[in-house]
Design a protein around this ligand. Sequence first.
Ligand code: NAD
Ligand code: IPM
Ligand code: MN
Length: 374
Amino acid sequence: MRNAGEARVRLSLGYNSVEPMKTLTIAVIAGDGVGKEVVPQSKRVLDAVAKKHGVAFAFQDFDWGADHFFRWGRMMPAGAIDLLQPCDAILLGAVGHPEIPDHTTLNGLLLPIRRSFDQYANVRPAYLYPGVKSPLAGLKGGEIDFVVVRENTEGEYAQVGGRVYALQPEEVAIQTSVFTRRGIERIVRFAFELAARRGKKMRVTSVTKSNALGYSMDLWDRTFSEVAGKFPEIQTESLLVDAAAMNFVRRPESFDVVVGSNLFGDILSDLSAALIGSMGLAASANLDPSRRFPSMFEPVHGSAPDIAGKGIVNPLATILSAAMMLEHLEMNAAARDVERAVAAALAEGKARTPDLGGASSTEEVTDAVLARLG
Ligand code: NAD
Ligand code: IPM
Ligand code: MN
């Protein structure tokens, strides 16, 4: 693991023997709004599993975000990317403040990190936990179990464009999508490999809009077919994004791995979060599968200013994102422990924040998870 140091622990056997214990450096950006409430809860869970699994986490907190912007005029300092690069992983809360335009906050913090570290695979699982009610009638726990794989570095988010006659009545804005064969090929391949690793329905659904977007989405469709040819054991399906949205609602149980562009994946992953009962349960990983750079783990949700500061935000999306981080750091047993503890707490149903129909606080929900971690 990059930069994994060795903390020395002394066993109490009377030998003065020294055992190496792996220390993982985690960059922590709590960010704005509810990000500041959910991230500390994830750290509590990470500290608890660390003890059990013989590692230590060295958290490096970065107070970047809207407060930093109000003080310094930028969301993060000039050398921020260099500061993050040596870390083993990045844990992020949320970014966004009602008094700052969203394109300023997000283009000043979250999006440059995804791009600078080539985190091209945004993995967003949608699993209906037993005990949680989907807004769709009749679905039981486990009956929704799919993953949205979102291209995360190009497409509609490429930041190519500009303005002419800025701020004048005749203003013109151009925002160009950029789709590259390499970009499509690698995310589609990632989706197929994930379907094979999951070993569940063995199906990849590609989401495009090639009936209207005849250049970019045609390249996507052809690249998808080429990659699909290398995975004969995996079934494929191609849906237009409007039909995909309908089918997420109509037959969510049919999906396994769903791959789409940056914008389509963004929109569909809020829909899938709603289907599994709450935005407060939707985790995500921004992966650089090549491991050249640190990957970043964050909930799908944003800074939720409507509930920030009230102590009622659901911490589970961020805790499950931390579990995805453990898996990426090759601590599979620890990741499974956290996921099982979350599932058990949800199944019992005593500690629930208001988004899941309960009256518990953020901290009480974390306490319930910690109690099940043993
Ligand atoms: P949001 O995800 O913050 O909130 C949408 C709704 O879901 C709100 O009613 C909120 O209260 C609820 N919600 C979200 N997470 C919850 C949780 N964990 N527990 C309980 N309820 C939860 O989306 P929004 O309101 O469109 O955006 C708010 C701000 O966040 C904007 O500035 C937006 O740009 C930003 N944003 C940031 C990220 C990110 O940092 N990754 C993601 C999405 C939105
Ligand atoms: C998400 C968010 C971001 C995105 C925004 C805040 C830029 O909605 O992580 O889903 O669109 O990627
Ligand atoms: Mn989103």
